[in-house]
Design a protein around this ligand. Structure first.
Ligand code: UFG
Length: 345
């Protein structure tokens, strides 16, 4: 089989590692670029175990193109760009770090991709680009709002960088037979869960900022209780509503995006990736308790600064054009998150 090499920057991180598995299952050859700044070297070995063979790996910052010279010696069919810092709170206190890593390094990486004529590029963006949407569910035509954090700004700017790079490639390519430069921007809603093998999952460093890792740590007794940030929002039960999707579903969407670019070389498009359903924080707690039979100690606390009240997707465009939709339920995601948490003890 002619296996196609796909560079996965941030391939040892949470969503990246699950995407490496999905690429392997779909017959691609994932090549990991990850400098371990926010991931663990064990993940490489675990991925080799799941995929049945060691994976090609570069321990480098994706912006360090000199260190990555050998990566381009064999042609790359595509690249999926995950590598980024992702803490909203940290980005507020260290904006320079977010601009340098999420945009500076990304710009050098995209330049290298164009130089080496990599034809298919998929970018990890976020529903954060929509801010507080004026109507729900939110579709891809909803206007971007002013970013509420440097992190959110870097996602908007990363999308824009790829739009400009795509336009530059189109005009440079005009009339030439070299491969087109296609780009898919993927706006994730809230990925949760873990691979059902419990070999890979989310490894938050320090105190988790996100709901599900905090919830599973509280259920495991590693945290005294989960604090629900606000119960006076204008929602059915007063807690915020989000669109949670299983990380394995999200990983498969990246394969669908690559396949789309293979069908339409040189395309530029953007897709929401969500389940299409909104769930409140209390619903997530109740679903976890029912699915796992484990109690989550929790109490209500004040609202968290910067939280939007409710955001959930319409993922109809991804269903129609990428032939992708979520297959796994909220309960399944929470069961897998729990299995992963228990494996960490
Ligand atoms: N929550 C709690 N307690 C916690 C943690 C979270 O009640 O200890 C609540 C939040 O207030 C929110 C919901 O759980 O209502 C989900 O919070 P997360 O932090 O898990 O996720 P967010 O929706 O805030 O953030 C996610 C991504 C960000 C991205 C953002 C865009 O983690 O990277 O969506 O909306 F920027």
């Amino acid at each position: 089989m002619n296996r196609k090499r796909i560079a996965v920057t941030g391939g040892l991180g949470y969503i990246g590692s699950h995407t490496v598995v999905a690429l392997h299952e779909a017959g691609y050859t994932p090549v990991i670029v990850d400098d371990l700044r926010n991931s663990n070297a064990d993940v490489l070995e675990r991925l080799g175990g799941i995929c049945g063979a060691p994976l090609e790996y570069y321990a480098a910052d994706c912006g360090d193109v000199q260190a990555l010279a050998a990566l381009f010696d064999t042609p790359l069919h595509g690249a999926i760009h995950f590598a980024a810092d992702k803490s909203v709170g940290e980005s507020v206190s260290s904006p320079e770090k977010y601009f340098a890593n999420n945009l500076g390094a990304m710009a050098r990486w995209v330049e290298a991709l164009r130089l080496h004529r990599v034809a298919h590029v998929v970018f990890s963006s976020s529903c954060t680009v929509y801010g507080e949407p004026s109507s729900l569910p939110v579709d891809e035509s909803a206007p971007m709002q002013d970013a509420t954090s440097p992190y959110g700004y870097t996602k908007q700017a990363g999308e824009q960088l790829l739009r400009y790079a795509h336009a530059a490639a189109q005009s440079a390519n005009h009339g030439s037979s070299s491969p087109a430069f296609g780009v898919v921007l993927l706006r994730y809603f809230n990925p949760i869960g873990a691979h059902p093998s419990a070999q890979i999952g989310e490894l938050p460093l320090g105190t988790p900022a996100n709901l599900v890792p905090y919830l599973t740590q509280a259920a495991a007794g590693l945290r005294s209780e989960l604090v629900v940030f606000g119960n006076d929002y204008p929602t059915a039960d007063g807690t915020c509503v989000r669109d949670y999707l299983h990380v394995c579903d999200l990983a498969e969407a990246h394969v669908a995006a690559l396949q789309h670019l293979e069908r339409k070389p040189g395309d530029l498009d953007v897709f929401n990736l969500g389940s299409g359903d909104g769930h409140s924080v209390l619903e997530v707690i109740r679903s976890f308790e029912t699915a796992t039979g484990t109690t989550v100690p929790h109490r209500f606390g004040p609202r968290r600064a910067g939280d939007v009240v409710a955001v959930y997707a319409t993922a109809d465009k991804a269903a129609k054009i990428l032939n992708w939709r979520t297959k796994r339920s909220l309960d399944q995601a929470l069961e897998d998150a729990w299995r992963w948490q228990k494996s960490l003890k």
